[in-house]
Write a protein that binds this ligand. Sequence first.
Ligand SMILES: Nc1ncnc2c1ncn2[C@@H]1O[C@H](COP(=O)(O)OP(=O)(O)OP(=O)(O)O)[C@@H](O)[C@H]1O
Length: 200
Amino acid sequence: MRLVAEGLACLRGGRMVFEGLGFAIEAGEAVELVGPNGVGKSSLIRLIAGLVRIEAGLLRLEGGDDEATIAEQAHYCGHQDAFKPALTVAENIAFWSDFLGGGGIGREAALARLGLDHLADLPAGYLSAGQRRRLALSRLLTVRRPLWLLDEPMAALDQASQTVLGALMSDHIAAGGMVLAATHGPLGIPARRLALGRAS
Ligand SMILES: Nc1ncnc2c1ncn2[C@@H]1O[C@H](COP(=O)(O)OP(=O)(O)OP(=O)(O)O)[C@@H](O)[C@H]1O
């Protein structure tokens, strides 16, 4: 499997954020997306996730499921940790697993891997910032998708949780998955670097 971008352009608020962008991510590869504030890292990740329109260029997932969009074969974890605050941690993970199609490890095992098992019955609205991020990341495990699109995934995570996420990404690429992560700091795993150009 291979994600290929050719001549990508992204327009936001009437301004060209980037254009003529080309790259490929191979199965079993992690890529860290770097560059200064405002250069378009989040925009690129959202564009691949199908949340921002492609202004020009091509994006294709070679060896993927021809009947599914790239977004349907990807996990997108952005700055906002999507969850329902009134539902418990366990109910939230159940919702996402059902909504996105499951196929990964069991929900309890995922919560345990992310150190949230003791909080399973707590309304998610009471979680701390790092716990919320870990809850958002739990669907990487319960729903099997080859492409992980992660925007600043280490944000809010303590050292131990960063190590856990590093291990999850390592396991994913060892199994032939792909990771594209926007980051301003170390990703904690061997990764190829994709640098976006200077922001104005
Ligand atoms: N919804 C929007 N409408 C208009 N402009 C936007 C929108 N979202 C982002 N932009 C602009 O697009 C540019 C790229 O933003 P983006 O969030 O992709 O940058 P980034 O590289 O992820 O930055 P950071 O390192 O600060 O997270 C910025 O100039 C930003 O102001």
